[in-house]
Ligand binder design. Structure first.
Ligand SMILES: Cc1cc2nc3c(=O)[nH]c(=O)nc-3n(C[C@H](O)[C@H](O)[C@H](O)COP(=O)(O)OP(=O)(O)OC[C@H]3O[C@@H](n4cnc5c(N)ncnc54)[C@H](O)[C@@H]3O)c2cc1C
Length: 367
């Protein structure tokens, strides 16, 4: 009989794939239970009428993060997929005309100068500060395991945190460097990925401008799904077992003697059976796992608590296949041709379908 400790992972999105591989590397016998027919979660693929679509993510930023992930398994990104750097990184359409964001920094500075004289130099200064935030944010916070507060209790981290501008909003920070509304909008745009308004987001997130402009916008050959395939393949290589079309509906809990609220998951109930393991990790949404899978007695929060949380907004997606080729399409096009203030207000402050939605078009076949 195997003495290997066992782990069940719920979901095979990026989080589930990642945790499954790390657990397998740590010596666990890992089984992933996924409700869909294949891996990927929000990053899965749609095949329809001869067309292939990435269903979720389309912007590949921070290539260093992907490289770091595979390196922890003795692998490289290039062992699994090939990357192209996009140039322009993306195109922004205004009410009149458009701006291409060049991948070449000197060209980009000239573009900025053509919109607002002197702003190329400001961009350079802005990105020097953003680099510090990127290095402190990633090195001293994101890449820490987060198991204990003591990880953050050292002078380097505390002094680094002071440089992060947690108390200034990114919109104020951007306004300090740039005056022209177009430049302000360009610099505030990456924050929208976080699902929040620039005026409500700390200037720390100018690290995303660094990721965007200096790190670059990349695209894996074969589409974003190539990343899912790579992580899935790595997990299989490490011996992870996947069970698809398995919807988990409940955790069974064994009480810890003498405690009303503490327990241990003894079994996971899914659409086709009951599984048990030494450890269970959910890669499904936190709210769902807490409120649907955990029995009420073991939940940390009430439904009323969750109702007060501000969730990042969803978006309406169309997957469009054309029967003819577009002339010179750009991979990423952002349409900032309507008022962002009105759009932002209608989404975040008085939530309703925006009267004039801003939108984004990804033509991945252009690459
Ligand atoms: C439209 C869109 C565009 C995006 N664009 C970008 C982008 O350009 N760049 C970027 O970096 N990020 C982007 N993101 C964000 C990124 O896609 C997500 O952060 C990421 O895919 C989330 O991965 P995850 O593993 O945390 O969650 P998920 O992908 O949601 O994975 C959760 C998994 O759990 C499974 N599951 C849930 N409940 C159960 C259950 N009861 N039983 C069994 N399995 C279950 C789900 O089927 C799913 O496979 C985008 C997201 C969306 C939706």
């Amino acid at each position: 009989m195997s003495t290997k400790r066992s782990a069940l992972v719920i979901g095979s999105g990026f989080a589930g794939l990642s945790v499954a591989s790390f657990l397998a590397k740590a010596g666990f016998k890992v089984t992933v239970l996924e409700k869909n027919a294949g891996p990927g979660g929000r990053a899965r693929q749609l095949k329809a009428d001869g067309f292939l679509f990435d269903m979720g993510p389309s912007f590949y930023w921070m290539p260093d993060v992907f490289e770091r992930y595979f390196a922890q398994f003795g692998k490289k990104v290039s062992d699994y997929y090939e990357l192209d750097r996009l140039d322009p990184s993306y195109r922004v359409y205004w009410e009149e005309g458009h701006t291409d964001l060049s991948a070449d920094f000197e060209t980009l500075k000239k573009t900025f100068d053509s919109i607002e004289p002197g702003s190329g130099e400001q961009l350079e200064k802005y990105l020097q500060e953003a680099l510090v935030k990127y290095e402190v944010g990633m090195g001293r916070f994101v890449h820490k395991p987060g198991l204990s507060l003591t990880e953050f209790m050292n002078w380097e981290t505390v002094s680094g945190a002071l440089k992060l501008q947690l108390l200034t909003s990114i919109s104020k920070h951007v306004a300090h460097h740039f005056t022209h509304p177009r430049l302000r909008q360009l610099m505030e745009f990456p924050v929208l990925f976080l699902g929040a308004l620039p005026q409500d987001t700390p200037a720390l997130y100018s690290l995303m401008n660094y990721a965007d402009i200096k790190g670059g916008t990349w695209f894996p050959k074969g589409g974003m799904y190539a990343v899912v395939e790579a992580m899935y393949k790595l997990a299989l290589e490490l011996g992870v077992e996947f069970k698809f079309n398995e919807t988990v509906s409940e955790f069974k809990i064994d009480k810890v003697a003498g405690s009303k609220r503490r327990g241990q998951i003894s079994a996971v109930v899914s659409s086709s059976g009951v599984y048990s393991a030494d450890a269970v990790i959910s890669g499904a949404d936190y709210h769902f796992t807490e409120q649907q899978l955990l029995p009420a007695a073991y939940r940390q929060y009430s439904e009323a608590y969750w109702k007060k949380r501000v969730m990042a907004p969803s978006c309406l997606m169309y997957y469009v296949g054309l029967n003819k080729k577009l002339k010179n399409p750009v991979h990423h096009s952002l349409f900032f041709d309507v008022s962002f203030a009105t759009h932002g207000h209608e989404i975040y402050k008085e939530p309703k379908w925006p009267t004039e939605p801003q939108f984004y078009v990804s033509v991945s076949s252009a690459t």
